[in-house]
Design a protein around this ligand. Structure first.
Ligand code: CA
Length: 226
């Protein structure tokens, strides 16, 4: 079964590049060139996921998102924006978006986020318990054990681990981790992320010097691999 994506993007070059890429991944892609058309299309047809640019003619991605949620459309929505501003993300999430990607991005990054959202929407509760070798994470019970023994994590370490696990396979920048786990964004504190990743590795990795779960992506950030 091929999942169906609605891509609402007014820039022809980006629209074509993304739909080509997504079709090559096996998705069925339909496009809309402005917010009003996209909104009507999303109401009339059934899609598995919506990709909405924020800056769109006739109706912004934010307004589309808000109105679709208001109309009871609850499929996953991934917002795409050219502006790397925290306010955009906050507004987007408040309007009911599920995830957020800042342009320019690697197509592989978009695909990874789409897959993560589809996994969550297909199986919202089923993967509450994740097992990685000897490490077991119960996301609902918020408990972590290794070889059957509890791993004592601080609240912040747990939230960091939870964010990694729910974004498995996705490269996460220090800025994103700061925003999501600490709730603020500033370059000055990006060391904070490294310190916490270091202590988390000490607790969950077999050998913290050769991490197998939380990998460093040079120049970009970190990636949790299952
Ligand atoms: Ca645009």
């Amino acid at each position: 079964m091929n999942e169906k994506i609605l891509l609402v993007e007014d820039e022809a070059a980006i629209r074509m590049a993304l739909s080509d890429r997504l079709e090559s991944e096996g998705y069925v892609v339909e496009c809309a060139v402005d917010g009003e058309k996209g909104y009507q299309q999303a109401l009339r047809n059934s899609y598995d996921i919506l990709l909405l640019d924020v800056m769109l003619p006739r109706k912004s991605g934010f307004d589309m998102c808000r109105d679709l949620r208001g109309a009871g459309v609850n499929i996953p929505i991934l917002m795409l924006t050219a502006r790397d501003q925290v306010v955009d993300k906050v507004v987007g999430l408040r309007m009911g978006a599920d995830d957020y990607l800042t342009k320019p991005f690697e197509p592989a990054e978009l695909v990874a986020r789409i897959e993560a959202l589809l996994r969550r929407s297909r199986n919202p509760a089923g993967d509450a318990v994740r097992q990685y070798g000897e490490l077991r994470i119960d996301l609902r019970g918020t408990t972590v054990t290794r070889e059957g023994k509890p791993v004592p994590l601080s609240a912040r370490e747990y939230r960091l681990l939870e964010y990694f696990v729910t974004h498995c396979g996705i490269t996460l920048s220090r800025d994103e981790l700061l925003r999501e786990v600490w709730g603020y964004s500033t370059e000055v504190f990006s060391r904070t992320v490294d310190v916490h990743v270091g202590s988390l590795r000490q607790k969950i990795e077999c050998d913290a010097k050769k991490p197998q779960l939380i990998l460093t992506v040079p120049g970009l950030g970190y990636k949790f691999v299952g």
